[in-house]
Ligand binder design. Structure first.
Ligand code: NAI
Length: 308
């Protein structure tokens, strides 16, 4: 496309869960920009059952029809062997891994009261453990090769504020934010940057929105692809951040720390004093985004004089 400056020629990118919804449009966008793609998808229904659909092959055919390069992968991200096999396929097919988009996902919605262990575990297995199983072998391959890399994890807006009926999903997705910030710190010196996306898109995972999405739907998945493509690109300087995107909206989201209340001395450190200062403790006016541990230390020192 004219005006494209962010190319991926000679690079290889893994996109998990790329047979449908968001992953498919990420794969197409990255391929259009020159990346060779591992299109991974187990081909399951949205609760994770019925493995065996060959949706990955269809997306590979779409990429090839556009003149791009891609290979299908049918492994599950939810097992260590599956994660390793996905990364090995990228290296065998294209020689290296330059970026990974850990996107595969399922839902098993249920109230916390009714949720069974199997429903809790199935969702953690795909989203949180699956992110680990796939990105750790890729992280190792990137580090061993010594030429950096990019990892894009997938959380959800609900990871940041919760929702009814998805305690398993919300817990898994906030866990993914924890993976992002930690991998980002460890990867920084090796130029392996990890960020996280909290997308909003009309797909089969969001039955409240239209499931048969047209390209013109306000929340069409394709509207999230530009941000993901940039996060995969070496020009993107961000590391350890979370970005919300959908319906043309793009913004960074962050954990915040309020300015709080500081007890004057040990005598004032009582539950009653906490209750008396609750409005101040609870207040988020003037809150700051949590950055590095060193920045948080500096913030605390500024507000707690005796720490200095
Ligand atoms: P989707 O259902 O269209 O695509 C997910 C794909 O993951 C499916 O093709 C499925 O076969 C595949 N998959 C599931 N388990 C797998 C496994 N174990 N191994 C390999 N592939 C597997 O869903 P959508 O909406 O495109 O979701 C993509 C990601 O974005 C998910 O992580 C989801 O939680 C996240 N997300 C989506 C939102 C939305 O508004 N659509 C909102 C917030 C987060």
């Amino acid at each position: 496309m004219s005006g494209d400056t962010l190319g991926f020629e000679g690079q290889s990118v893994i996109v998990t869960g790329a047979g449908n919804g968001l992953g498919r449009v990420y794969a197409l966008e990255l391929a259009r920009r020159g990346a060779a793609i591992v299109v991974n998808d187990l081909g399951v229904s949205n609760d994770g059952s019925g493995a065996g659909g060959r949706v990955a092959e269809k997306v590979v055919a779409e990429i090839e029809a556009l003149g791009g390069r891609a290979v299908p992968s049918f492994d599950s991200v939810a097992t260590p062997e599956g994660g390793r096999a996905i990364v090995e396929l990228a290296i065998k097919s294209f020689g290296q891994v330059d970026a990974v988009v850990a996107n595969a996902g399922i839902l098993r919605d249920k109230s916390y009261y009714k949720m069974e262990l199997a429903e809790f575990e199935a969702v953690l297995d795909v989203h949180l453990r699956g992110a680990y199983f796939t990105t750790q072998p890729a992280f190792r391959a990137m580090k061993d090769r010594g030429q950096g890399g990019r990892i894009v994890f997938t959380a959800s807006p609900v990871a940041l504020f919760g929702t009814f009926g998805q305690p398993n999903y919300v817990a898994a997705k906030l866990g993914v934010v924890g993976l992002t910030t930690s991998v980002a710190i460890e990867g920084a010196r090796a130029q392996i940057f990890a960020n996280c996306i909290a997308p909003m898109a009309a797909t089969r995972l969001t039955p409240g929105m239209a499931t048969e999405t047209s390209e013109e739907h306000p929340f069409a998945p394709r509207r999230v692809a530009p941000l993901v493509a940039y996060l995969c690109h070496r020009d993107c300087p961000s590391n350890g951040h979370v970005y919300m995107a959908g319906h043309n909206f793009h913004a960074r989201a962050a954990m915040m720390l309020g300015s709080g209340w500081v007890a004057r001395d040990e005598d004032e450190l009582t539950a009653e004093a906490v209750a008396a200062h609750w409005a101040q403790i609870d207040d988020m006016d003037g809150a700051k985004a949590l950055g590095t541990a060193a920045e948080i230390g500096a913030m605390l020192k500024a507000s707690v004089p005796f720490l200095g």
